[in-house]
Design a protein. Structure first.
Length: 381
């Protein structure tokens, strides 16, 4: 395996003149990369080096910006030459040239990606906040455009959905929650569980097809695709806000008061949004490659709904399944929603802390997965 003993790089007009000394002759090639993403921007032909000393010109793209040149042997790519350069107003500046091992590059890339994995999702949402707000508003209005109800459907949809579930389970099947066998008790417990389920299922159910639906933006535009799943999460949050208005109105009517513990609601909404965003990023990226994922997720959501005690009390979960289902994050949300909205108690701290940690981890991993796969979207769509 040839090693690079000395490396020298200098600008030469519109190119970089690279001089190398190797311990043994070997064929070489070069690539120009985007240093932020690692995407290959251009590459040169193989150079059959028959001597230890090699001089080769490397052409950079004409646009201003930072670039990274990678030179390696064509037969063994475990040793590399990396050259960092910038173009500003048509002038090339060479910042650094060094010989490294491929394993060192991978290790450095991994270590540098760790802080980015935690900061980039939030930073991307903040930078594109106006775009996200505009797209969420357009998505909500598009659902009711051309209908007689118009924007009123944003209020009617959760109302009718919750009324349907209540009729089936509360009236037809005569379900009840614990010792409270009244219709009003069942309605409030059921709706409190639906508050956590509605925004989650709406966003996750639409996420596998969201990138495919906007395929033109993948191919033709420089667009922050990672904001598309976020749009779904926030659209679901709007649905939940309307459902909360309905719930608080019913709570005030049936019980005469909304408990002060409802102020804990933001402590539940944050991990709920993180969990939903992480799953949406994961499914949106995977859905580009697995087109049947939408149908599979529809079945999975139905299964999760009936495995979660939303329309029945938690005491009815079989003992054999209780140990497994306790890891269901929606169960934790449903339980805490009922605690703060109906029982006047704060959320369960241990499970809530686990939910925060787990949801944050899922959000970071889901975004990293989406960011990893997005380089191949244009090749598949």
């Amino acid at each position: 395996m040839a090693k690079f003993e000395t490396v020298e790089a200098k600008p030469d007009g519109a190119t970089i003149r690279v001089r190398l000394r190797m311990d043994a002759p070997c064929p070489l090639d070069w690539q120009v990369l985007d240093p932020s993403t690692g995407a290959v921007l251009s590459e040169g032909e193989w150079r059959d080096a028959s001597h230890r000393d090699v001089e080769m010109p490397v052409e950079l793209p004409p646009e201003d910006g930072p670039y990274r040149v990678r030179i390696a042997g064509t037969e063994n790519r475990r040793r590399l030459v990396l050259i960092d350069a910038t173009i500003h107003e048509g002038r090339i500046g060479v910042e650094a040239a060094r010989a490294v091992s491929a394993s060192a590059v991978r290790r450095s890339r991994f270590l540098s990606a760790i802080p980015k994995a935690f900061s980039y999702p939030g930073r991307s949402c903040w930078v594109n906040r106006k775009l996200i707000g505009s797209m969420v508003r357009r998505d909500i209005l598009a659902r009711s455009r051309g209908t007689f109800g118009g924007a009123l459907w944003a209020f009617l949809t959760p109302l009718l959905l919750m009324a349907t579930y209540f009729f089936v389970f509360g009236v037809v099947l005569q379900a009840s929650f614990g010792e409270d066998t009244s219709r009003t008790g069942y309605v409030l417990n059921f709706l409190a569980g639906m508050l956590a389920w509605l925004p989650f299922s709406e966003a996750v159910g639409r996420s596998p097809s969201i990138v495919v639906e906007h395929r033109n933006w993948v191919k033709k535009l420089v667009f922050p695709l990672e904001t598309l799943p976020v749009n779904l999460v926030l659209s679901g949050l709007v649905t939940e806000c309307f459902a909360l208005l309905i719930f608080f109105a019913m709570l005030a009517t049936l019980r005469g008061v909304v408990p002060v513990t409802a102020a804990w609601l933001p402590a539940l909404l944050v991990p709920q949004l993180l969990l939903t965003a992480g799953l949406c990023w994961f499914l949106a990226g995977l859905g580009v490659f697995v087109r049947d994922l939408g149908q599979l997720i529809g079945f999975a959501l139905t299964l999760v709904f009936f495995l979660t005690p939303i329309c029945y009390p938690e005491s009815q979960i079989p003992a054999a399944a209780a140990h497994l289902l306790k890891w269901n994050p929606i169960l934790i949300l449903v339980r805490d929603y009922r605690l703060i909205l109906l029982q006047g108690q704060p959320p369960a701290w241990a499970s809530l802390a686990a939910l925060w940690i787990g949801s944050g981890a899922i959000a970071v991993l889901g975004h990293a997965w989406f960011h990893r796969l997005r380089r191949s979207f244009a090749d598949v769509i």
